[in-house]
Design a protein around this ligand. Structure first.
Ligand code: HEM
Length: 389
């Protein structure tokens, strides 16, 4: 089975029909039907995250595999504690920083719109810059470190192959990112600011044992790792789709319809192809008629579930406002994406303003699809028609 392709959807279609519980290798399964994925995400009693209660998140001599420190890999009580420590604060910081995000969005758009006057322009830099700068601002990371953060995060993602593999590379980049965040935590202890990281460090040190240090680092790492490459992928896909579908792009002209447009972008090509962490059956379970043993790694292919024709009629059509149940791009259940509100905020802001300033955007050449579990495009060349000659 070749998922290492710009268009994995025909493969997913075949899997949904013939092998909905596909055995990737011994003890690892990929689910491609909507109801199966939803069940695995929602049923926390039967399907655990990989970190058991009190399990180690890695040591200095034996680094944890990629993503094992972050929240999506944890079970209660660790997961409950980590989520409670950050969820409300994160949303408050997102809401409190809308003016900053709006200003940064315009700053980044100015040169891009200017460059469109001269011809074809690649939008991938813009797509990365807004979410990266925003999460760095929310956490209070120095904007001078933008290149460093980009490099570390890039080292974590491209090494993930097209099929889910919890032990695939990226561990070294993850260790470096963690070390960088550790240093920032130490700096916040000495000189706190009004950013989210300072607030969490304060809460962490105020009461003994309020939040173990490794959990604090796990949360911060998760916010950076989950906090921008996925939105960048969503924005890249959004720009490609709005330039390919001018009729549907009119949804971006009103705030309510913009939400429908963004949701359809996220359904049509899920930025995160599979859940970041596998789910592990607590006992043998039968999924779509296939017994899946206790302890196996079960991956929900969110992008395949979003194209299930039993749930989304004519799923390969990009059709904003199609209705129906919600897409699974943000996962579901207890691990539902913490950043969903920020995703809608940034994607809506950027795509709406881009359309206001360049309403006649069209593809200049074929965009270059990213291969791997993170979708999006490494190059998004667009042009305005009057500049075409
Ligand atoms: C388009 C962008 C994004 C997509 C598609 C996305 C998708 C996901 C998915 C699929 C999950 C796993 C859900 C599960 O396992 O059930 C998740 C979890 C998570 N996401 Fe996002 N995400 C995005 C952006 C963000 C942003 C911007 C942040 C924060 C800055 C964020 C923070 C998190 C966190 C902390 C979790 C773990 C939640 C938990 O385990 O309780 N995500 N996201």
């Amino acid at each position: 089975m070749d998922l290492h392709t710009g268009d994995p959807y025909p493969v997913y279609e075949r899997l949904r029909e013939t092998e909905p519980v596909y055995r990737i290798r011994e003890g690892a399964y990929l689910l491609s039907r909507y109801q199966d994925c939803l069940r695995v995400l929602a049923d926390r009693e039967s399907f655990l995250a990989p970190g058991g209660p009190g399990s180690s998140v890695g040591t200095a001599d034996r680094p944890a595999p990629v993503l094992s420190r972050v929240m999506s890999s944890q079970n209660p009580p660790r997961h409950t504690r980590m989520r409670a420590a950050v969820a409300r604060r994160f949303v408050e910081h997102v809401r409190g920083r809308q003016t900053w995000i709006s200003g940064r969005c315009d700053q980044l758009l100015d040169p891009v719109v200017e460059s469109l006057r001269d011809g074809a322009t690649d939008m991938s830099g813009l797509a990365e810059a807004l979410p990266r700068d925003t999460i760095m601002h929310i956490l209070g990371l120095p904007q001078d470190d933008r290149l460093l953060v980009s490099t570390l995060v890039a080292g974590i993602f491209p090494t993930s192959g097209p099929l889910p593999d919890p032990d695939s590379g990226g561990a070294a980049a993850m260790q470096r990112l963690t070390a960088y965040l550790q240093e920032e935590v130490v700096r916040r202890r000495r000189r706190p600011g009004d950013d989210l990281m300072s607030e969490m460090v304060r809460a962490h040190t105020r009461r003994a044992g309020a939040l173990p240090h490794d959990e604090l680092i796990g949360i911060l790492t998760g916010l950076v790792v989950a906090g921008y490459p996925q939105i960048a992928a969503g924005i890249e896909t959004g720009i490609v789709l709005m330039s390919r579908h001018p009729q549907q792009a009119t949804f971006l002209d009103g705030p309510a319809t913009t939400r429908l447009f963004i949701d359809e972008v996220l359904r049509y090509d899920a930025p995160v192809q599979f859940t970041p962490a596998p789910r592990i059956p607590a006992r043998t379970v039968v999924i779509s008629g296939v017994p899946v043993p206790e302890g196996a790694h079960v991956w929900a292919a969110l992008s395949a579930a979003n194209r299930d024709p039993g749930v989304f009629p004519e799923p390969n059509e990009f059709r904003p406002g199609r209705g129906g149940p919600r897409h699974l791009s943000f996962g579901g259940g207890a691990h539902y994406c913490l950043g969903a509100e920020l995703v809608h905020l940034e994607m809506s802001m950027l795509l709406r303003r881009l359309r206001q300033r360049a309403p006649d955007l069209m593809p200049a050449r074929s965009p270059v699809q990213r291969l791997g579990r993170l979708r999006g495009f490494t190059s998004v060349p667009v042009i305005r028609p009057e500049r075409e000659s």
